[in-house]
Design a protein around this ligand. Sequence first.
Ligand code: SAM
Ligand code: SF4
Ligand code: SF4
Length: 390
Amino acid sequence: MLDFRSKIKFICSAITRSRPLYAQLMITDNCNLSCKMCGQAALRGSRSAELNRGYNRLAELTLEELEVVATNLRKVGSPLLVITGGEPFLRKDLEDIVRIFRKQGIQVRIQSNGQLINEDRIDALLSLGVSEYSISLDTLDFDKQDQINGRTGSGLQAIKALAILSRVLPRRANFTLVNTVVSPLNLHDLLALIKFVTRIGFFHSLIPAHVRDNTPVGTLGVGGKTLSSHDHNFKFITFCQLDSIFQQVLEMKKSGYHIHNSERFLRDSLSFLKGEKVVQRCLAPDVYFHIRYDGSVTACLEQSSGVGLNIANDDFWERYKRKSEYRKKLKTVATSCHGCMYACYAELNYFCTNLDVFIRRGIDDFRKRNYQRKVYSYSEMLSIVKECCE
Ligand SMILES: C[S@@+](CC[C@H](N)C(=O)[O-])C[C@H]1O[C@@H](n2cnc3c(N)ncnc32)[C@H](O)[C@@H]1O
Ligand code: SF4
Ligand code: SF4
């Protein structure tokens, strides 16, 4: 949960839109999994041939460069930074990176596949003030999870990570999330997964699988490095079961299961998965923006081309202050985009533009303030998995 100061800043930013509520930083492009629905993984694979031929990959930002990023981010005024990748835990200096941003008073949340999480690292990150994570898990059928991830044992490893987080993180008012990409591969596993996440006391974020054909999800940049996938196994072609499962998900949300998504988001996700156009105004870059692993600023994770603005450069702040120069370009990208249903962006759009979502989120957060979860060990979690799948 955001601390009080950051929360006030967050709410004020949502109302005035005078500064972004949140920035996302991809600290690495590398990953230890190759999930089938992940456009980044697909591109990594297709690029390995080029890498072997000496393709000059952009280097990740060094700690010195990240110091500049953090100073600039403080000046921009975003209260929250989500560290993502690739897989953030692949960076051995993750703790140093977090320290740099914390020093500037920025709250940090980490998105991870859970494979490299261990107690020492989570302890160290907690002592730096990182108490919330998003862990990816798409099904409790671990063979299937391994197939999706392209690695044997990865599903169970994600459960181990959740058990470590359960033990180490604060039990009260902690909004650690399990991220699930909804696709035909796991549609029938969703209800069990929601029950499991609720039982272990974390919260669940459902993200519809983004699949592109020739028509891109967004107005994609040259290079096409995006999160959405080309794998059509992740695309729904029949919808009747989709309708009925989403109806049950909505009912579960109403009856108190830990589904973090707003009802509006769930309804629009259903339409999106059916291939319908979801109309919403994209608020990038005013409300959120993305920083690629080389420091270049883009509207979001889906947009691979920058606008010539690099937050790791010393002249960033001077250029940022003359907002119209780059903002116009980023806005053009965002407004001409076909739209997306990535929870990290779409939910913020609703939060800032839809009074009903704004109020409900406020009520939800207020209720969760006193929520206290129990601690579960790995073997206890496995028993809960079994019960939820029965
Ligand atoms: C790109 S990953 C980066 C962080 C980390 N490696 C992880 O897996 O959590 C961030 C999130 O994007 C989700 N994702 C990957 N491919 C997607 C797609 N085609 N559509 C929607 N979400 C996707 C992942 O499941 C994950 O929850
Ligand atoms: S979704 Fe995350 S874990 Fe999977 S390949 Fe993409 S970056 Fe790696
Ligand atoms: S709608 Fe906005 S956040 Fe979503 S893909 Fe398009 S530009 Fe990115």
